[in-house]
Design a protein around this ligand. Structure first.
Ligand SMILES: C[S@@+](CC[C@H](N)C(=O)[O-])C[C@H]1O[C@@H](n2cnc3c(N)ncnc32)[C@H](O)[C@@H]1O
Length: 284
């Protein structure tokens, strides 16, 4: 069952956290000239026109992107993020993870983008043809199965973004199991897993998510989680924020992300709170 469409949510607070973290990972890989390989297991449509009916329905970009438009950043990661995004936002388009990747990838790097939805795959292919390069491959297939099949990559420097819709509760254990399998064969791969923060109303999913994060936290050499909370966690709040679990994060990514997200919170308003927690360190 594939009913999730990211266009309803494009540019919301969760996208800002996820895309800042993903850009931070990519930027760090770019510090060396050596090529790398990226994987986006649940790529979506690539980019989202904000005047389309989907985006206009709930205008979720008002909870994220709109607060950052026209802002001037102090922190290096937020500055890079705004520099890359602002011209696209000016066209009233929100760049999803694939468009971000198209903008950030260098000639020597490669990427694999996977998407299962029959309509989204067409949008994704168009996005890559328009903004991408020959070395970006688009796969119409299950993202987690594709990731296992395509890893470890050659060269084995690289990173993964796992951003499922979590419509089905069994997606949580699937992410944990497949990520563990990948890391057994690709021990130095960096993995970014996005997850929702859900209130008591969605207790079974919230519990499955907690178990997933606990499993992911010990699957690699090191791990931290970074969370952005945008509402009170009352019983009926639903999704009151989100997090990213970053396995094998690059040196100082925690500092870069914290600086950027603290600025983001100031721009979003007093309801927004960011926290970062190391779950596994080298010594542990
Ligand atoms: C949250 S959206 C992705 C958004 C995108 N990563 C971004 O940041 O712009 C999740 C996507 O996963 C797709 N999807 C759902 N199940 C999938 C599966 N088993 N394999 C690959 N893609 C899947 C959905 O169609 C949807 O487009």
């Amino acid at each position: 069952m594939l009913s999730y469409r990211h266009a309803f949510h494009a540019g919301n607070h969760a996208d800002i956290l996820k895309h800042l973290a993903w850009l931070g990972v990519i930027s760090h890989l770019k510090r060396k000239a050596k090529p790398f390989v990226l994987f986006d297991t649940h790529a979506g449509g690539g980019e989202y026109p904000l005047n389309a009916d989907y985006s206009q329905q709930n205008k979720e970009y008002l909870t994220g992107m709109s607060a950052l438009q026209g802002a001037r950043a102090q922190s290096p990661l937020l500055e890079e993020y705004l520099h890359l995004n602002q011209p696209i936002w000016d066209d009233n388009v929100y760049p999803g993870s694939p468009r971000l990747l198209c903008e950030a990838l260098r000639a020597q790097d490669h990427a694999h983008l996977m998407e299962l939805h029959p309509a989204e795959i067409d949008h994704l292919q168009q996005c890559v043809v328009q903004h991408g390069h020959d070395q970006i491959a688009v796969h119409h297939r299950d993202g987690l199965e594709g990731l296992v099949a395509l890893t470890p990559p050659k060269p084995n420097r690289g990173a993964v973004l796992i951003d499922p819709p979590y419509e089905q509760i069994d997606e949580y254990p699937q992410v944990a199991a497949k990520t563990g399998k990948v890391l057994q064969r690709w021990a130095n791969g960096q993995v970014v897993v996005w997850y929702p923060l859900l209130s008591e109303r969605a207790a079974p999913k919230a519990k499955a998510c907690k178990t997933m994060v606990e499993t992911l936290a010990v699957a690699g050499k090191t791990c931290f989680t970074a969370e952005l909370v945008v509402a009170e966690n009352t019983h009926d709040a639903g999704m009151y924020g989100s997090g990213v679990c970053i396995i094998n994060p690059a040196f100082q990514l925690d500092e870069y992300l914290t600086q950027a997200m603290q600025e983001v919170c100031e721009l979003m308003g007093s309801h927004a709170r960011f926290s970062l927690t190391w779950r596994k360190t080298e010594a542990a």
